[in-house]
Design a binder for this molecule. Structure first.
Ligand SMILES: [Zn+2]
Length: 348
C-alpha cells in the first residue's frame, strides 16, 4: 500500500496492516486484546486534534471538513440513545444526516439534543443533506436545534403529518424558512443527487399528503411505515437505511426488489423491534453487518431477543449503539474493512 503524503492516508496504511479483521469475524473485532490495542493505536493516530490532521493539507474546503481517516464514504451510527441519527460523510466532502435523534428530555440536565454533542465535537456547521425518515420525535427531535444552529442545504421529507405532535410541524416550518434550503419529498424510484460516484436510491417513502390520525389506533405504525428507505451505494458496496419500517413494508420491498435489496450494511429497522426485520427481508438484504440504533433501558423492549437471535442465526455481525456507543463504517474500500467495527472516538 502506498503511504501518501497526507497524515491521514499514512495512518490508513498503518492500520490496514494492524487490523486485518473482516466483517466475517466479529468476535475478533469485539474481543481480541490485540484488536483493542490496535484500535486504541488507531484512534490516537487518526483522531488527534482535527487541526493537526488538516494542517498543510491542500484539500479543498469540502475535504477540509472531514476529519475521518477514510477518504471515501464514511457512515457514523450516532449514539443518540433511543432514536436514530446516521451521519454520512460523502466522498466530495459534503455530508448527509439521516434523522437527528430525540429532543432534549424534559428532566434532562442538558439544554441541547444529544445529536448536537456529536456534531459540535466534529465541528460540523453545515448539513448538506438532511433526511427526516418519518415524523416521530425520536427521529426529528434534534432537527429544530439543527435548523437553529447549523446551515441546512437540502431537506428530504415525507408528507405524512404526525397528528399527535407539534414538533414535526415546527421542524417543517423551519425547513421552509431556512435560507438556501431546498425542501423535497422524494418518491420511490428517485435518486438523491448527493455526490459523484454515490448512488442514493429511494426504495420507499410517503410523498403524498396524509395524516396519522386517519389510521386511528394504527397511527404509530402508519408513521413508521412511511419511513424514507434509502439504499446508498459507493464503489461496489452498499448500505440500506430503513428508518422504522415494519414487516409489511419489508414484504413489499422483497417482492418489488428481490435480490436488488442486497446491501453490505443494514441499519436495522425500528431499533430492533419484533415487528421489523422479518426473516425473508433479512435474507434478501443479506448484510454482512447490521447496526441497531437503540437506547439502554428503553420502554419498548428494543432490541427484542427474537430479532437478535434471527440476526445471529443468519450469521449477520451485529453492532449496537447502546452497548458500543457511536459506530463508524467506511463503505466501499476493501482495504479498510478494519474500520467497519471501530467504535467512534466520539462517545456520544
Ligand atoms: Zn424510531
Amino acid at each position: 500500500m502506498v503511504c501518501r503524503a497526507r497524515l491521514t492516508y499514512c495512518a490508513e496504511a498503518l492500520l490496514a496492516g494492524a487490523l486485518l479483521f473482516s466483517p466475517q469475524t466479529p468476535a475478533l473485532a469485539a474481543d481480541s486484546l490485540e484488536a483493542l490495542k490496535a484500535r486504541d493505536a488507531f484512534a490516537s493516530l487518526q483522531f488527534g486534534p482535527a487541526p493537526a490532521l488538516l494542517e498543510g493539507s491542500a484539500a479543498d474546503a469540502g475535504e477540509a471538513r472531514k476529519v475521518s481517516l477514510a477518504p471515501g464514504l464514511n457512515i457514523f451510527f450516532i449514539n443518540v440513545f433511543q432514536g436514530d441519527a446516521e451521519l454520512i460523510e460523502l466522498p466530495n466532502g459534503q455530508n448527509l444526516l439521516i434523522d437527528a435523534g430525540p429532543p432534549v428530555a424534559r428532566d434532562s440536565q442538558f439544554t441541547t439534543p444529544i445529536v448536537s454533542n456529536f456534531l459540535k465535537k466534529r465541528g460540523i456547521t453545515k448539513i448538506d443533506h438532511l433526511v427526516l425518515t418519518h415524523p416521530h420525535a425520536d427521529h426529528y427531535g434534534g432537527m429544530e436545534w439543527g435548523f437553529d444552529n447549523l446551515q441546512v442545504g437540502n431537506f428530504y421529507d415525507t408528507r405524512i403529518d404526525n397528528s399527535d405532535a407539534a414538533g414535526d410541524d415546527t421542524v417543517r416550518a423551519k425547513a421552509k424558512t431556512e435560507p438556501g434550503c431546498a425542501v423535497s419529498y422524494p418518491r420511490e424510484g428517485q435518486r438523491l443527487d448527493l455526490a459523484p460516484g454515490v448512488e442514493a436510491q429511494v426504495l420507499h417513502s410517503c410523498p403524498d399528503v396524509s395524516k396519522s390520525s386517519d389510521y386511528g389506533q394504527n397511527a404509530g405504525n402508519a408513521l413508521n411505515d412511511c419511513s424514507i428507505t434509502l439504499k446508498i451505494s459507493y464503489q461496489g458496496a452498499s448500505a440500506l437505511f430503513t428508518g422504522d419500517i415494519g414487516s409489511e413494508v419489508e414484504t413489499r420491498l422483497v417482492k418489488t426488489y428481490g435480490k436488488a435489496l442486497q446491501s453490505d450494511v443494514l441499519k436495522v429497522g425500528h431499533h430492533g423491534s419484533a415487528y421489523s426485520s422479518s426473516e425473508p427481508f433479512l435474507k434478501a438484504v443479506a448484510p454482512k453487518v447490521a447496526y441497531i440504533e437503540v437506547g439502554k433501558y428503553n420502554d419498548y423492549g428494543h432490541p427484542t431477543p427474537l430479532i437478535l437471535e434471527r440476526l445471529e442465526k443468519l450469521g449477520i455481525a451485529l453492532h449496537r449503539t447502546d452497548k458500543e456507543g457511536t459506530l463508524e463504517y467506511a463503505l466501499g474500500r476493501l482495504d479498510f474493512q478494519a474500520l467497519a467495527f471501530r467504535p467512534s472516538p466520539y462517545p456520544n
